[in-house]
Design a protein around this ligand. Structure first.
Ligand code: SF4
Length: 215
């Protein structure tokens, strides 16, 4: 089994201040909305779109009352704007009606919100409520397979989440996943990973490069 403690120690040195790349100002509801908009869209574009979106609908109560076409018009650049607008309004209504306007802090209640899956729920639990949460996105799945925590052919986010939840200490899970994103962009890209320069490869913490002729 790879040395998770050493791997994370190196990632901490590389990215000491790893935080979510979505701008949400510490507001769980804004993170929910931004995360919903980020499906098949870059975080950079979501951050741009969220500026006018949160000007027009600054809180959960305003979004709960919003007309869907008005939301669609603003979030159009994010793609899938019709279903995303429906989710934003519906999840906000549910938060107001069932949770008194506060984003819930349990997996069960988060998953009951329209448009919220495990990835978004774990992001909110980890970043906003300090709870364990593995965000099994494409970087997380690819990198941890290459590290050797499971077979690289595994592409099931729920299984990856279960495996990593056992390996990564709870309080470190959110930051570990944010570091996966940064490391996946800088070193361990899907195509042509930079194994020759990779600090994990140098310490033999990851042998994927050697085994696949990438270094
Ligand atoms: S050695 Fe290569 S495959 Fe392994 S973590 Fe580094 S860049 Fe990724």
């Amino acid at each position: 089994m790879p040395d998770i403690a050493r791997i994370h120690a190196i990632l901490k040195e590389l990215y000491p201040d790893a935080v979510c790349s979505l701008d949400y100002g510490g507001d769980p509801w804004r993170l929910l909305i931004a995360a919903r908009l980020s499906a098949q869209c870059t975080d950079e574009r979501v951050n741009i779109v969220c500026v006018p979106l949160f000007e027009a609908f600054p809180d959960v109560y305003a979004m709960a009352e919003a007309e869907i076409p008005a939301v669609e018009e603003i979030i159009r650049p994010c793609g899938l704007f019709h279903t995303k607008a429906e989710s934003c309004v519906a999840m906000s209504r549910q938060i107001v009606e069932r949770h008194g306007g506060r984003v819930p802090d349990t997996m069960e209640d988060l998953l009951a919100l329209p448009g919220v899956g495990r990835k978004i729920a774990n992001l909110v639990l980890g970043d906003c409520y300090g709870k364990p949460g593995i965000v099994a996105d494409t970087h997380c799945i690819r990198l941890n397979g290459r590290f050797g925590f499971y077979d690289t052919s595994l592409n099931d986010p729920a299984k990856v989440e279960r495996i990593l939840a056992e390996i990564v200490p709870g309080p470190e899970q959110a930051a570990y996943c944010h570091r996966m994103v940064l490391f996946g962009r800088e070193y361990c890209m899907a195509r042509r990973p930079r194994c020759a320069e990779c600090p994990l490869g140098h310490e033999r913490l990851c042998t994927y490069g050697r085994e696949h002729g990438e270094d």
